[in-house]
Design a binder for this molecule. Structure first.
Ligand SMILES: [Zn+2]
Ligand SMILES: [Zn+2]
Ligand SMILES: [Zn+2]
Length: 422
């Protein structure tokens, strides 16, 4: 399938996002395959690109106007093309106990002796990667769902960033990356671990493979990304703010991608710090995304649902609004999230953890904000909602979901009473 690209800029920024579609004929839901970092952290232009033809617009409003005028993408058509509840959906449950039991049985991470064996295996393959990496490794950081504790038996991703001092700067890193990645891939294929590694098509910045774990019972999706380190383990406020400033001024998508790798440890830390029940809620919301939306069709093949990172952040925010309860009802938590998604055009979420209201870069970004606005707690230049052009569809499916037996007629209870005004 040929991808439709109508400007040079769009080509630069969107070509990775559509990668799965250009290499396979079958439509793939973005929630069915592990998302690439490009789609999660860089693809800012998606919110203003058309779901049908991928044309770029200056604003979300003009994009929506075009969709209606030129593609007759009306409210009823939108509703029809967005909703796709899977049979036996959790939304049909009638009691909170049924939902809790489902989450405990089906959406839990690997547990028991297998989880210990799994951790050992993952550490082993990471040492192998480090050993076969063609450059000296200064530090190695791990991320994504397995590390954050938001994975399930079926969905488990591991991101590995390898910082090397062999790169002189970001430019040099960008230039050398393809060779370094290919080299690592070849070495791994020749190693004694080769039969446990199923290589996938590599991206410009990463080596990707499925690792067959303990007794071949399950596998993990690995993303290996070599990079030039810009922040270090304990950067000063001054260093961080100048990093943000440079990132803000940078318009080279490849470099932005490399910049954000230095933020990975902080992104992981943010989610990892949450309680077990919040992680269960995150898994549940991700599951809802996978089982409630219609697959994109040929006509709306450029539709992009929100990224998993955006979903994680929104979940954490809702839990914080409720006063960070240690134990809580998943039905109440999920209901609060769906109610917030319905009001997506009012969402404005900011955490002053890595930057403050006085940070110049932050102030500039805030002035240009679009809604929904969820600022990456580790990166004030990035509204994580901008990599989706389907928030209206998310709101529609959320509204429909709230009418299902699981939520229908369920009143807000303590500490979720704030949702009464929503
Ligand atoms: Zn999708
Ligand atoms: Zn269009
Ligand atoms: Zn494993």
């Amino acid at each position: 399938m040929k991808s439709i690209v109508d400007s040079g800029r769009a080509k630069d920024t969107l070509v990775f996002v559509n990668h799965e579609r250009t290499t396979s004929e079958k439509p793939v839901c973005c929630w069915d395959v592990p998302q690439k970092r490009e789609a999660k952290f860089v693809a800012r232009e998606v919110s203003t690109s058309c779901r049908m033809c991928r044309r770029q617009f200056g604003t979300i409003h003009s994009r929506e106007h075009h969709e209606e005028q030129d593609h007759h993408f009306t409210a009823s058509k939108k509703a029809q093309m967005s909703t796709g509840f899977s049979p036996g959906n959790i939304l049909e449950y009638r009691t909170p106990q049924e939902l809790q039991a489902f989450v405990q049985e089906k959406l839990r991470p690997i547990s028991g002796p297998v989880s210990i064996a799994c951790a050992v295996e993952i550490e082993a393959i990471i040492s192998v990667i480090k050993e076969y990496f063609p450059l000296p490794v200064a530090s190695l950081i791990k991320g994504d769902s397995y590390i954050k504790g938001t994975d399930t038996q079926v969905w488990s991703d591991v991101d590995i960033v390898l910082f090397s001092e062999a790169f002189e700067n970001l430019e040099d890193c960008k230039k050398k990356l393809p060779e370094v990645i290919d080299d690592l891939g070849k070495r791994l294929k020749k190693s004694s671990w080769a039969n446990r590694i199923a290589m996938k098509k590599r991206t410009q910045f990463s080596l990707r493979f499925n690792f067959k774990c303990y007794k071949n019972l399950h596998s993990h999706s690995f993303d290996i990304m070599p990079c030039y380190e810009m922040l270090g383990p304990a950067p000063s406020t001054g260093l961080k703010w100048s990093f943000y400033h440079n990132l803000y001024l940078c318009h080279d998508t490849d470099k932005i991608q490399l910049y954000t790798m230095s933020l990975l440890p902080y992104q992981v830390e943010f989610i990892k710090e949450c309680t077990v029940q919040v992680k269960a809620l995150i898994r549940l919301v991700k599951y809802w995304f996978r089982t409630s939306f219609a697959m994109p069709m040929e006509q709306n093949r450029f539709r992009r649902l929100p990224s998993s990172y955006a979903v994680e952040l929104i979940t954490v925010y809702i839990w914080q609004l409720a006063g960070k309860p240690i134990f809580f009802s998943l039905v109440q938590g999920m209901r609060a999230i769906l109610k917030l998604l319905v009001r997506y055009s009012e969402i404005c979420i900011i955490w002053y953890k890595h930057y403050s209201p006085h940070c110049t870069t932050f102030k500039k970004v805030l002035k240009k904000q679009t809604r929904p606005f969820v600022l990456d707690p580790t990166n004030p230049t990035f509204n994580v909602c901008e990599n989706s052009n389907a928030w209206d569809e998310v709101a529609h499916v959320a509204r429909r979901s709230l009418l299902k037996p699981l939520f229908n007629g369920v009143p807000a209870k303590e500490p979720w009473l704030f949702t009464n005004s929503w």
